[in-house]
Design a protein around this ligand. Structure first.
Ligand code: ANZ
Ligand code: ZN
Length: 846
């Protein structure tokens, strides 16, 4: 089969069969997430791309003008790490990896329009990253600030929040610590509410992805309350969702990385102790220290804050469980009603004050400070809260806020967990940030006509040194200021590669544009992406970032839509003997090796058939066996019956209700319906199963016919009730069914389908055809199942032709062997028949 497949792949390429029509009449945009090229592709990759390929073929054969492009997420750390290890250039590793992957994809017969290939490491792509960066800067959406950033101790670079997973780097798994650095950020928080609202308009996205994004964005309604530092009167604003507990505050806590934490003890005898504590905490992963469970640590600062409602002074601590990056980085602590505050208070012997009592109707014992073993976090009645006493606390929340606002000591606020996106990196293999630092003019963008700022090719040492690699490249770093012409330096950082992947899907719509990242009218023709296929691991990273970019570009007037994608499909992972396939760990069945040996169609069916696309699958030694047998059987069936294959609707004579060919005709239409429905519902495994069952029907039909022919020619003739005389129309159904099968195979096994299409006399490609529709009058056997009761009890069921005369039904019911067990030796009094619904036989023993 391999030669046949190669022949078709060559022919498809020559005919440019996957070229995108422009402008499309009826557009459809099918996209798989592009690939980080890291050497050989395994069956996990194959699955993702095959799923997209089936989708594309299906849409095209539905008559859509479809776009199905591919590209390479080519910048990134692994290339750099590989280069450091092997002493070559990251570009060498990247581009040879791309060649290998492209070859693998072509081996699988994936239908990409290679004219639109995008490679993010090429200057003709990354110059537009730089262009967009400057646009963001002009709109106030890219800014620099000094902040505590996630520092990966392995990669020696900062990471975005999205790239820290359970306290370690998502790439190298080294611990991540907080370091204070000046970094570039994208102001994604400005879009937090729109990113949240947009999810409501994405019915085609899986619920779990939307929930993950909602939690990640983390909208929280509450208020800011101005406490004041007791000795200086300086404001000390805190964020709380529970102003109803304001009378129960017994201490305050600062995050170790809150700005005030640095200065609060300065010049006091506690200064050193406090500084040492902060340093110790910041070395621990945030996730660990802010976990609900686990020991809470803190230190008293020696200072007090005044509660604006009560006038009470409470001690200020620095506590490890307070996040610097949420709210104001400072909290009011209410140990009676917050579990973390409770544990902290018990540990440091801070008073606890109950201000919410469980309602008497609950039957709960009133809370007492001394006997409490945990915070009371449920609802209740406000107490010890002056004029608010007696209010249900949920009502109290609003009332207290109103009061604070009136007094000018608080305001309603909405907080989001989402943080601004830190986009600068201190590594080499990425897009240089197109900014110039001038001692006189400050930060100045590189003028548009000077783009791209090329990544210098010759760098002696890519090794991470804790500062930007490019800072050490003299020819690169030294430049002149575009404003004043004076000596200046380039920004030494490169961009997070998630910037590259935030708009690549737009570049595909206009991949060769050298004046803009894309022309709006071209992009608007194709967007949104109709089917987007990729891994669930991107739920809170890429899949938020690209929505953000899309909205910004919408606001810039470059895009008509404000969401990039309507239907999202997340696919499961492929494992091998229980371990997830991985190129870097060399765990996998390799696309190249496997396809060379077994063929592309076998590889495709193997990954499609094992499980529904959204579920994971485990590759077993016998995974490909069943599907390769199926392909061989289809091929043989066609070789045995090539002359019979027909594309004409069989004459109605072939539909005689009791003929085998009628059965086959109905099975054909059932199969067409099932395959079309499953394709639409993204259930490819069951569509393939339906094709397999239908193959059985066809081969059974074929052998039954062979049998008939044999017995017809040899004497003595068999019983005529089981064999019927042959008629021309019988075989025309069979031939027609074979013809239809070629279409149905085309999305799944395009090589086999193309070969059969050619063998049956066609000169064009099967993908240029429309998928056949089913005959709606022939998807059901004209049979009904009729329950048979004896004295009202269900005893048997009959399968009969719909509309069979009542006379016949009575006879069949009484002759049924199971019914006879109940009627034996009894008198049949009555037989009641409700047409097509029920038979009830009334018997009596006398
Ligand atoms: C007082 C209080 C009393 C609170 C009480 C809760 C219960 P969400 O819903 O996640 O927004 N908080 C505020 N800023 C914080 C920070 N930077 N690090 C850690 N915790 C912080 O949670 C808001 C609540 O989390 C706030 O309400 C605050 O504690 C705490 F009985 O204020 B609360
Ligand atoms: Zn200047």
């Amino acid at each position: 089969m391999r030669e046949v497949e190669e022949r078709w792949q060559k022919w498809w390429a020559e005919r440019n069969i996957y070229r995108t029509p422009e402008p499309p009449k009826k557009k459809y945009y099918v996209l798989e997430m592009f690939l980080y090229p890291s050497g050989d592709m395994h069956m996990g990759h194959a699955r993702n791309y095959t799923i997209g390929d089936v989708m594309y073929r299906y849409r095209r054969m539905q008559g859509f003008d479809a776009l199905h492009p591919f590209g390479w997420d080519a910048f990134g750390l692994p290339a750099e790490n590989a280069a450091i290890k092997h002493g070559n250039h990251p570009a060498d590793w990247t581009y040879s990896s791309i060649d290998l992957c492209r070859r693998n994809l072509n081996l699988l017969g994936i239908s990409y329009d290679w004219d639109r290939e995008v490679t993010t490491a090429n200057p003709d792509y990354y110059r537009w990253n730089q262009w967009l960066f400057i646009k963001f800067f002009e709109r106030g959406l890219a800014y620099r600030k000094e902040a505590y950033a996630n520092w990966c101790t392995g990669c020696q670079t900062v990471l975005a929040n999205e790239q820290v997973e359970e306290g370690v780097c998502y790439r190298c798994k080294s611990p991540v610590e907080k370091r204070k650095l000046t970094q570039w950020f994208f102001k994604i928080t400005e879009y937090a509410q729109r990113l949240l609202d947009g999810l409501e308009r994405l019915p085609g996205w899986p619920e779990n992805v939307k929930t993950m994004q909602r939690n990640w964005i983390g909208r929280s309604e509450g208020c800011e309350v101005d406490f004041v530092l007791a000795d200086t009167g300086e404001k000390f604003p805190i964020f709380t969702t529970r102003p109803d507990t304001l009378y129960g505050v017994t201490f305050m806590a600062l995050a170790p990385d809150a700005p005030l934490a640095e200065t609060i003890a300065r010049g006091t005898e506690r200064e050193k102790e406090v500084r040492d504590f902060i340093q110790g905490v910041l070395q621990r992963p945030e996730i660990e220290r802010t976990a609900q469970t686990g020991d809470k640590e803190g230190i008293f600062t020696g200072k007090y804050a005044t509660n604006p409602l009560t006038g009470d002074n409470v001690p200020i601590y620095i506590a490890d469980f307070v996040l610097g990056s949420y709210g104001t980085g400072m909290i009011m602590a209410v140990p009676a009603h917050d579990q973390r505050d409770f544990e902290f208070a018990r540990k440091y012997k801070i008073p606890i004050k109950v201000v919410i009592q469980p309602a008497p109707a609950t039957g709960h014992q009133p809370l007492a400070t001394d006997t409490m073993t945990a915070a009371w976090i449920d609802e209740g009645i406000m107490t010890n809260s002056r004029q608010f006493d007696g209010l249900p606390n949920l009502e109290g929340i609003g009332k207290v806020i109103d009061y604070l606002v009136e007094k000018g000591i608080g305001r309603r606020v909405v907080n989001y967990r989402l943080k601004d996106w830190l986009v600068s990196r201190q590594r080499y293999w990425g897009t240089p940030i197109p900014m110039i630092h001038c001692p006189t003019c400050g930060v100045v963008p590189v003028p548009e006509e000077d783009l791209p700022v090329l990544l210098p090719r010759n760098v002696k040492d890519y090794r991470p040194k804790g500062k930007s690699v490019l800072a050490g490249v003299e020819e690169f770093i030294n430049t002149t200021c575009p404003k004043c012409g004076g000596k200046a330096t380039r920004d030494p950082d490169t961009m997070d590669t998630f910037v590259d992947s935030s708009w690549y899907y737009l570049r595909y719509t206009d991949a060769h544009n050298d004046r803009l990242p894309f022309a709006p009218d071209r992009a608007n023709r194709w967007l949104p992406i109709d089917d987007y296929i990729g891994g669930i691991e991107h739920a809170c990273g890429h899949l938020i970032f690209f929505r953000f970019f899309h909205k910004v570009l919408h606001d810039m007037g470059m895009l008509a839509t404000d969401e990039p994608n309507t239907r999202l499909h997340t696919h499961g992972l492929v494992s091998l003997e229980g371990r997830v396939m991985s190129s870097s760990k060399r765990i996998g069945i390799w696309v190249g090796d496997f396809t060379e040996e077994h063929g592309a169609d076998v590889a495709r069916l193997a990954v499609l058939f094992a499980a529904p696309p959204d579920k994971g699958m485990d590759w077993q030694a016998d995974t490909p066996i069943g599907v390769s047998r199926f392909i061989a059987r289809v091929y043989t069936l066609f070789q045995d019956n090539l002359k019979a294959v027909s594309f004409d609707q069989p004459p109605a004579a072939g539909h005689q209700p009791l003929a085998t060919s009628h059965y086959l005709y109905i099975r054909l239409n059932q199969t067409i319906k099932k395959v079309l429905d499953d394709l639409e519902a993204f259930q490819f495994n069951t569509a393939i199963a339906a094709l397999m069952e239908f193959l059985n029907d066809l081969t059974e039909y074929q052998s039954a016919r062979a049998q008939e022919r044999k017995s017809a020619s040899s004497a003595p003739a068999l019983d005529h009730s089981t064999t019927r005389p042959l008629g021309h129309s019988e075989d025309s159904v069979f031939g027609f069914a074979l013809g239809r099968l070629i279409y149905l195979l085309a999305p799944f096994t395009p090589h086999l389908a193309e070969e059969l299409w050619r063998q049956t006399g066609h000169t064009d490609s099967i993908i240029e055809q429309r998928l056949p529709d089913y005959d709606p009058a022939a998807v059901q056997f004209d049979q009904v199942e009729i329950p048979v009761q004896v004295n009202g009890k269900l005893r048997s069921r009959l399968m009969v032709a719909r509309g069979l005369p009542e006379e016949e039904i009575r006879k069949l019911a009484l002759a049924d062997t199971r019914i006879q067990e109940y009627t034996k030796g009894q008198n049949v009094m009555k037989v009641i028949y409700i047409p097509n619904r029920l038979v009830n036989i009334v018997v009596s023993s006398d």
